[in-house]
Write a protein that binds this ligand. Structure first.
Ligand code: ADP
Ligand code: MG
Length: 685
């Protein structure tokens, strides 16, 4: 079979299963084989019920201590508890149990004394006993099939995980040996990449980490070279009109009339930008500045200048929530000067969106603030002069590409990530860099603390004191609802209930998360920004989402679950005014790496320093975790974490871009059409 063979040719895939696969977007054998696991369970790492408790799941060899019992807990919920017997190296018997939620049918599965293999996370139950939540298990006789690096695939509705793995196995077994590899031989040789078959094997049936790493490397390489090739093409097209401005007196007066004095760094950056506006080529500039350094006002001032000169400004925010807030800020600062601003996001009513689009097309609206809805094909601009993309710490390769096709506008990309210059150059093309390297005067360092959950009541009390002084607080949790496998990880639902119980009628708490409907989210946010709610319990959506200067406390629950750069961003949701602000990181995970990571955040306030420490601490094998990148089309490759690999991709892209060999040309065309496809996919989400 070949990758393009329809799945129906596979044994065991009939009409019904083919339809289910089709619903999941899988039509061919290749599509099935390209299905990437969400993560892997490395069951080859063994552990036991002794201290210290390992941070990651492990396989334990233990005996069933009894048949196990089903217990009814809360409404409709049951718990199956299996006592375990395990002996430590010094021969002591340790008490432990495995528990499963809502799987009463497990009773009768285990025989007392039977030897088992269990894979899962170990936690301490109490002083003497250990517990494993919802472990995967097998009998000792099945060791060979159980103890492997096991892929965990995304759910396909109507097809169980076992059946799905079986299909993938068959697809791999039946794959033609003699097929041509899409990646040209010379690239595979030069960059040390496994061939297609080896890659697929490494992804789905890795025998060890090395094999998986090699396969991952090739997939990352394919992502990187796809983006790099796409960017080469963007750079080769372009052209159009460009705003030219000569007189900056009026905009300087506007800046001087703001409620605060610009920092030296902000003034310097503005002069650099004005230099571009009056120069003889379109600006392509990246503005880097740590969270809270005041990038937005630079955007506002630039928009003012463009409007004065008769050009429109397009400002794109990473989330709808942020777009709405920025739209308000822009309006408040610019409308009094007779400049028309408007917001355009995906959640506007069609009729409203239509009105805004008309205003942009006939030039009545001078400044548009929005999300990617702004750059959809049906939006036309009367006279666009400046496009600003606020990325916080994401990348938006594609937005830039799409917008630069709308004419040779000036472009400004704003980022809080200290992206190394070479990486930035590749991601964004030939650009200049401006840096805001100082925070507004009078900012107080955010006091940051690391505690275990034992301190929670005290922290709640602290938050209450802050509320009494008229301030607000954010509480961030990794999950929306309680997770069966990781009940110790905090979730919005439980924490919200907990703090409401604590607060009684003394203050108001609301929840915000991705499962709410857009209208509901909007209402929650509005009430919070208007000060009607005191505490917002949310998932990390607030990370790039909400700016409320009145927030003086950020409490991050299960803080060990977040990346360092993310924690820095979350902390940056406070300290946005002159008032002393506080950040509490809470976690009961006290293993060495966690403590070391928390210390970095506690001791450093520099985004640059934190980012560097983050990359240092994150070793290879990252995909054993839960991270996924939102970068334009990059799912596996993080250019910041693996700059050398990314550089190789860029080099390889250049090699094939101008190559005359048929093999290279076919590969290039394939990369470009994939680039376009991904670009479309992303801009629709
Ligand atoms: P970021 O760079 O993270 O986007 P913002 O632009 O949101 O930061 O600015 C953070 C806060 O600082 C905002 O409330 C903004 O009004 C304020 N701010 C910006 N520049 C100054 C300044 N020069 N002096 C005082 N406050 C400022
Ligand atoms: Mg910002």
């Amino acid at each position: 079979m070949r990758p393009e063979t329809p799945v129906t040719e596979l044994k065991g895939v009939g009409r019904v299963r083919a339809q289910k696969l089709h619903d999941a977007g899988i039509e061919t054998v290749g599509g099935l084989l390209n299905m990437l696991p969400n993560r892997y369970e490395d069951r080859t790492v063994f552990g036991g019920f002794d201290l210290p408790v390992p941070d990651t799941p492990v396989t334990v060899r233990a005996c069933a201590g009894a048949k196990g019992t089903v217990r009814r807990i809360r409404r409709g919920m049951s718990l199956f508890v299996l006592p375990l017997i395990w002996k430590s190296a010094d021969g002591k018997t340790v008490k432990a149990e495995a528990v499963w939620f809502n799987q009463p049918y497990l009773s009768g599965t285990f025989a007392p004394g039977e030897e088992l293999l269990l894979f899962g996370r170990i936690t301490k139950k109490d002083k003497e006993a250990f517990r494993m939540y919802a472990p995967k298990f097998a009998r000792a006789a099945d060791e060979e099939t159980f103890v492997r690096i096991t892929p965990v695939y995304p759910k396909v509705d109507g097809i169980g995980p076992g059946v799905l793995s079986g299909m993938i196995r068959r697809a791999w077994d039946d794959l033609d040996a003699g097929m041509t590899d899409p990646v040209p031989d010379h690239l595979r040789r030069d960059y040390g990449l496994p061939d297609y078959r080896e890659t697929i094997r490494g992804i789905h049936f890795p025998e060890n980490r090395e094999m998986l790493d090699a396969a991952m490397r090739r997939l990352k390489f394919e992502e990187g070279i796809r983006i790099a090739t796409g960017i080469l093409r963007i750079r080769c097209s372009g052209g159009g009109t460009r705003a030219v401005v000569r007189d900056f007196d009026q905009v300087r007066a506007f800046a001087a009339g703001l409620p605060f004095e610009l920092t030296g760094a902000q003034k310097h950056v503005l002069e650099e930008i004005f230099g571009d506006f009056s120069g003889d080529r379109a600006m392509n500039r990246m503005l880097q500045g740590d969270v809270g350094s005041g990038k937005t006002i630079i955007a506002v001032i630039c928009a003012y200048q463009m409007a004065l000169s008769g050009y429109q400004t397009v400002y794109m925010a990473p989330t709808e929530i942020l777009a709405e807030q920025h739209a308000k800020n822009f309006a408040a600062l610019l409308e009094p000067h007779g400049i028309r601003t408007a917001m355009l996001t995906g959640s506007l009513k069609p009729s409203e969106a239509q009105r805004v689009r008309e205003g942009l097309e006939n030039g009545e609206i001078q400044v548009a603030v929005g999300t990617h809805a702004l750059i959809q094909e049906k939006t036309h601009f009367y006279n666009p002069g400046l496009v600003i993309t606020d990325e916080q710490h994401r990348f938006g390769v594609r937005q830039r590409g799409q917008l630069s096709n709308k004419g040779g506008c000036h472009t400004l990309v704003m980022s809080a990530t200290p992206i190394p210059r070479t990486t930035a150059l590749t991601l964004y093309g030939d650009l200049d860099l401006s840096v805001i390297d100082e925070l507004p005067a009078g900012r107080k360092k955010i006091k940051t603390y690391f505690y275990t959950t034992k301190a929670l009541t005290k922290i709640y009390g602290f938050i209450e004191d802050q509320i009494r002084e008229g301030h607000q607080a954010f509480i961030v949790c990794p999950f929306i609802e309680e997770s069966e496998e990781m009940p110790e990880v905090a979730d919005v639902t439980r924490v919200c209930a907990d703090i409401r119980k604590f607060a009684g009628k003394r203050f108001k708490t609301e929840a915000l998360h991705a499962k709410q409907k857009p209208e509901q989210k909007e209402r929650v946010i509005r009430r919070f920004t208007e000060g009607k709610t005191d505490v917002l319990v949310a998932t990390s959506i607030i990370e790039v989402g909400i700016d409320v200067a009145n927030v003086t406390t950020v409490l991050v629950m299960s803080a060990d679950r977040f990346g360092l750069a993310q924690l820095h961003q979350l902390r940056g949701r406070t300290g946005r005014s002159g008032t002393q602000s506080y950040c509490f990181l809470v976690s009961d995970n006290l293993n060495e790496t966690t403590v070391e990571r928390m210390k970095i955040i506690v001791n450093s306030t520099s985004g640059q320093e934190i980012a560097m420490a983050d990359y240092r601490l994150r070793g290879p094998g990252e995909y054993f975790g839960f991270r996924q990148h939102g970068y334009g089309g990059l799912r596996l490759l993080d250019p910041l974490a693996e700059p050398e690999l990314f550089d190789s991709c860029v080099k390889a892209a250049r090699e094939i871009y101008d190559s005359g060999s048929a093999e290279d040309m076919i590969f290039k065309d394939r990369l470009l059409s994939e680039f376009d496809e991904k670009t479309r996919e992303i801009s629709m989400t």
